[in-house]
Design a protein around this ligand. Structure first.
Ligand code: FAD
Length: 394
């Protein structure tokens, strides 16, 4: 007989663990929850390899509202995810994001700023004088403006958030199972069970796909064509021999980003879509030439203190890229009603995990969104060919 669960979550990264936590805290849900995780040390998961960025500066109202929930959740995280007197601390450094723009980018950035202000996001659009005043070390060549988040933006310790969700979920009775989901038992319009690599089976009332960059593969196991694929990103840790307090997470108009990390800085750059090939799931080779040719020169140009530096570490991770519109896919499969997506975060899933976990728990327990209406993220938009574009993808 298979073990019976009301909900099986495939993947125990930050999204799967947040979903487990929110479900387990609901007073109206008393079901059994399992999280199946193939890599319980999270060696290859995206969450611990992420840059930890948390921002309000998105370009769609829904993503801004998601960020606002993240900010309120992080403000109370010590109380909410406390276990046995141990209050988690994700070390939120609120130094802000600074997006730099050229003259050509100015009209779009003004429009985006209007959307952000309508949503009460604390974002200032600075002109060259404003940039020079606020960031006197910045080389302004080629710049017309900068969009700076003045509150609730910066970065957190991503692994600390994942572990806090996981520990709390376990304390609330969620079972974490070390195994890999390799298939599903289906009826015409339902998933009835989950097949494991070990040969075991789990009976399940509902299934959540929280498999990160493997989300497309897990969706294919129920016959769903989810355009989520791994896209490799290299991150470099550099030492410039001077810690700079109060430095923001800076995103140059070219897409090169950098921010402080302890006494060092971390930096990276996403390639253009045409130069961003599909990679194997297990390709974590760091592209060192990318740093030399495409990252370092830009940093040194913007801030001459980066002209002399030493790379002290580096790693690569996979973005869970939604090739369709670079936005999350959240909610039930239209034909397989008990199969839920929580996928395709395209490089911003860490910061979206609290709102996504809460939203999926609402769909499972109440059958509808109760707090934030996230129906724009439904899977149906893909089949309908109607993208819901997020422009601020770093
Ligand atoms: C270099 C880099 C920088 C990033 N920077 C940021 C940032 O600054 N801010 C931000 O918000 N986001 C950032 N991201 C994106 C963010 O890391 C991801 O969107 C987020 O971690 C996704 O969480 P997840 O739980 O869905 O995926 P993961 O953390 O990858 O977890 C998915 C889990 O599912 C498991 N799994 C997969 N398939 C199966 C299966 N068949 N059976 C069992 N288990 C399975 C995996 O082992 C994995 O542990 C970054 C990502 C990278 C790579």
């Amino acid at each position: 007989m298979p073990d019976l669960y009301d909900v099986v979550i495939v993947g125990g990264g930050v999204v799967g663990s947040a979903t487990a936590y929110f479900l387990a805290t609901r007073p109206d849900f008393n079901g059994r929850i399992a999280v199946v995780e193939r890599d319980s040390a999270y060696e290859f998961a995206s969450t611990p390899r992420s840059c930890g960025g948390v921002r309000q500066q998105f370009t769609t109202p829904e993503n801004i509202r998601i960020s606002q929930f993240t900010a309120s959740f992080l403000a109370e995280i010590g109380d909410l995810l406390e276990v046995g007197g141990d209050r988690p601390d994700v070390s939120f450094r609120k130094n802000g994001y600074l997006f730099l723009g050229t003259e050509a980018m100015l009209p779009a950035m003004q429009q985006i700023n209007e959307i952000q202000r309508r949503e009460n996001a604390p974002v200032a659009l600075l002109d060259r004088n404003g940039l020079a005043e606020r960031f006197p070390w910045l080389t302004l060549d080629g710049l017309a403006c900068g969009s700076f988040g003045t509150e609730e933006e910066g970065w957190i310790d991503p692994f600390a958030l994942l572990q806090a969700f996981r520990r709390k979920a376990k304390s609330l009775g969620v079972d974490y199972i070390d195994d890999e989901v390799v298939g599903f038992d289906r009826t015409a319009n339902k998933v009835a069970g989950v097949r494991l690599a070990s040969g075991g089976r789990l009976g399940s009332g509902a299934v959540v796909n929280a498999a990160g960059y493997r989300g497309g593969k897990v969706a294919a196991m129920v016959g769903a064509d989810l355009p989520v694929r791994p896209r490799k990103r290299s991150v470099f840790v550099v030492d410039i021999r001077q810690p700079l307090a109060d430095y923001p997470l800076l995103i140059d108009h070219t897409g090169v980003y950098w921010r402080p990390e302890g006494q060092f800085f971390i930096c990276g750059r996403s390639p253009d879509e045409d130069n961003d090939p599909e990679v194997e799931d297990d390709d974590f080779d760091v592209d060192h030439d990318w740093f030399e040719s495409e990252i370092w020169p830009i940093m040194a140009e913007r801030d001459p203190r980066f002209e002399s530096l030493k790379v002290v570490n580096s790693w690569a991770g996979q973005y869970d890229m939604n090739l369709f519109d670079h936005n999350a896919v959240i909610g039930p499969h239209p034909e397989i009603a008990n199969f839920f997506f929580a996928n395709g975060f395209s490089g911003h899933g860490l910061q979206q995990s609290p709102a996504v976990g809460r939203a999926v728990s609402e769909l499972i327990a109440a059958g509808r969104f109760e707090t934030l209406d996230l129906s724009v993220f439904h899977f149906e938009r893909i089949a309908a060919g109607k993208p819901f574009l997020e422009l601020a993808v770093v």
